[in-house]
Design a protein around this ligand. Structure first.
Ligand code: AMP
Length: 268
């Protein structure tokens, strides 16, 4: 299908997802619709980006609901490959984006970004989009995918869309479904910490250790929260120093991530 669209010189936008769709995903679809003639959404829970003991098996899957939401959103095609088609037993190639994929999420989830880079490259090859849409919610993923696209001269423009949040600031995520109601309340601490750091930054605070402390203190005030990392990094290289505050926090058994560029007003 995308081959015919290409022949007809129709611009194709791709939105890669793992399904269990929410308003964050749909905001990417909406943006892709505005920018392109055709929109393809891929739905694929990519096994190679999950580590052993992570939530691959219990990751929420609801293809029928997803299909309904995507039809209503005016998507032209859903690409839903099987694991066997994506990774036949003899497949052995992985893409490693050195540098930017290594700290923070890369350290906490070894192999995660190799899995992401590999599947994104394969999705680009299958769909041949002109543009691909990613959420700022996964800031390091954005940096990894952009680096890969530049390094491999991929003819796909990477567009980044703002994080969609709940009214209390919690970034929408398919994993929020794991939270109990008590945990759900405590999960608001991530955006609350980011907002506090942004306020301090807006008032001139630039000392990385002070900004880190502001993030940590807010998170540690939450009895259910366990901080994995809270750092302020460069948004392209993920090295310190920088202006992007990034968080990974466990609330009960659920691992949540969030981020905010402290140069920008907090709108969640
Ligand atoms: P996922 O299905 O979690 O792999 O996410 C698919 C795409 O949606 C990724 O580019 C995510 O960054 C993006 N996304 C996830 N949550 C949000 C959100 N709350 N706001 C904007 N984009 C999001």
């Amino acid at each position: 299908m995308s081959r015919r669209w290409r022949r007809e010189e129709q611009a194709i936008g791709l939105v890669p997802t793992m399904g269990a769709l929410h308003a964050g995903h749909l905001s990417l679809v909406e943006r892709a619709r505005r920018d392109n003639d055709r929109v393809v959404v891929s739905v694929f829970v990519n096994p190679i980006q999950f580590g052993p003991g992570e939530d691959f098996d219990r990751y929420p899957r609801d293809p029928q609901r997803d299909a309904g939401l995507l039809a209503k959103a005016g998507v032209d095609a859903i690409y839903r490959p099987t694991v066997a088609a994506m990774y036949p037993p003899e497949s052995s190639t992985r893409i490693h984006v050195a540098g930017v994929s290594e700290p923070l999420e890369g350290q906490a989830r070894p192999g995660h970004f190799d899995g992401v880079a590999t599947v994104v490259a394969k999705l680009f090859t299958a769909v041949e989009p002109d543009r691909a849409y990613f959420g700022q919610k996964d800031a390091q993923q954005v940096a990894v995918v952009k680096r890969m696209a530049r390094d491999l001269d991929l003819a796909v423009e990477i567009r980044v869309c703002p994080t969609v949040r709940e009214p209390d600031g919690l970034a929408l995520s398919s994993r929020n479904a794991y939270l109990t109601s008590v945990e759900r309340k405590s999960a608001a601490s991530l955006s609350s910490a980011l907002r506090l750091a942004r306020d301090a930054y807006a008032h001139g605070e630039r000392r990385p250790e002070r900004l880190r402390q502001i993030l940590r203190e807010r998170l540690e005030a939450e009895p259910l929260a366990r901080v994995e990392y809270a750092e302020v990094v460069d948004p392209e290289t993920f090295a310190t120093p920088g202006s992007l505050a990034v968080l990974a926090v466990r609330i009960g058994k659920t691992r949540l991530i969030d981020n905010h560029d402290l140069e920008i007003e907090f709108s969640g």
